[in-house]
Design a protein around this ligand. Structure first.
Ligand SMILES: [Cu+2]
Length: 127
């Protein structure tokens, strides 16, 4: 990807985070629209049971700095992957995929800012 394209995407992400998660420091969260086939992946899906929305897998292991693909299979709603401690946050529009990078090692329980009580418990363990 060209540097200019990366810069534009980075700016869009910073602006987007400013609107959706004011408490998140822009320089600590990274998201792009780039997709790599071998990334660890979180899939968000809507299901007709309780809870209505699922993060899968519920526990994801990754390396700090490694791109994580976040795929939203729900055609009707935007969801987010937002660290409880606000280390990172990314919005995932319906039927789309974004890339999330965890800035540091640690265990990060996360939730959805749009449906705080309607997803299963989930976390990313970054080493
Ligand atoms: Cu959600």
């Amino acid at each position: 990807m060209r540097t200019a394209t990366k810069l534009i995407i980075a700016l869009m992400v910073v602006v987007g985070l400013g609107f959706t998660a004011g408490a998140v420091a822009g320089n600590e969260a990274h998201a792009t629209t780039a997709i790599k086939a071998d990334n660890p992946t979180i899939t968000i899906s809507a299901q007709g049971t309780t809870p209505p929305y699922m993060y899968s897998p519920a526990q994801l292991n990754a390396k700090a700095g490694q791109p994580i693909t976040v795929k939203n299979d729900d055609e009707n709603g935007v969801h987010s992957v937002t660290a409880r401690d606000r280390s990172f946050s990314v919005d995932v529009p319906p039927k789309s995929t974004v890339t999330l990078t965890i800035p540091k090692a640690g265990s990060f329980p996360y939730y959805c800012t749009y449906h705080a009580d309607e997803h299963n418990q989930a976390s990313i363990n970054a080493s």
